[in-house]
Design a protein. Structure first.
Length: 258
């Protein structure tokens, strides 16, 4: 069963969709889903919808939402920053905590790509998070997204104030804020169970980012797993890869939250 969930952060309206198992009579565990860079709460090839429905089938609720400036939420994308998305994730987590059908002691978080960076930071800052899953997650956003800008791109950014990324204007504030974002340091503060998922052929976020997360969290968390898909790309864009990732992740949250 799914229903719209709207809430505000920094005075702007955020659009979300809450999935709750239809036969739930008591409070249930839940997972907060953080979408990727230029993405939205459905995600590419309906990846987040597929996961939310798989979680429902295992008795786990989920909230997928649009960061401010993305999808149906208020705000402009050219004003988006990673710190702003972390703030939105805190607001979404608070909304789940307060929901009458959700068990506040059994809430997990999942993030895809840059949304995984957001989820990692949230897990380090919010001690009530009970489980974490990172899909194709950025370990060093400044290194990946700023240091590799070409001289031409830097010139365009200076002149126009934004770079065009698939029709989305990425503003100066986004790039200026990246050096202050340290997901590896943040996630190291968490001792919740962590699942790291990555494809070997990810061209957007190389597999080495997953290895960096694993090395950081393995000594700190009692339960850490890697799931590496041979041949898979950044967003698991075949039916086979999608089914494998969704099944493994839904099982992970069922095991760690129920």
């Amino acid at each position: 069963m799914q229903s719209p969930m709207m809430f505000r952060n920094k005075g702007q309206l955020i659009s979300g969709m809450l999935h709750v198992p239809g036969r739930a009579r008591a409070r249930v565990p839940a997972v907060l889903l953080c979408h990727g860079f230029t993405g939205q709460k459905i995600e590419t090839h309906r990846l987040f919808v597929t996961l939310s429905r798989a979680l429902e089938g295992r008795g786990v609720a989920s909230l997928r939402f649009d960061f401010r400036g993305s999808g149906e939420s208020e705000g402009a994308f050219n004003e988006m920053t990673v710190s702003g998305e972390i703030s939105d994730a805190h607001a979404a987590f608070a909304k789940l905590i307060a929901h009458s059908k959700i068990d506040p002691g059994r809430i997990g978080v999942l993030g895809l790509s840059l949304g995984g960076c957001v989820a990692a930071c949230l897990a380090g800052q919010e001690k009530r998070i009970a489980s974490l899953a990172l899909w194709s997650t950025v370990a060093d956003p400044a290194e990946l997204l700023t240091h590799k800008l070409s001289p031409q791109e830097k010139g365009i950014l200076r002149r126009k104030g934004y770079l065009d990324r698939a029709g989305m204007p990425v503003g100066r504030a986004f790039f200026r804020g990246l050096p202050s974002i340290h997901p590896l340091e943040e996630v190291a503060k968490s001792d919740c169970p962590i699942l790291i998922v990555h494809g070997t052929e990810d061209k957007a976020v190389p597999l080495g980012h997953a290895e960096r997360y694993y090395e950081v969290v393995k000594p700190r968390s009692a339960r850490v797993q890697k799931y590496i898909l041979k041949g898979a790309d950044h967003v698991f864009s075949t039916v086979k890869w999608t089914n494998r990732v969704v099944k493994r992740t839904a099982e992970w949250f069922a095991q760690t939250l129920i």
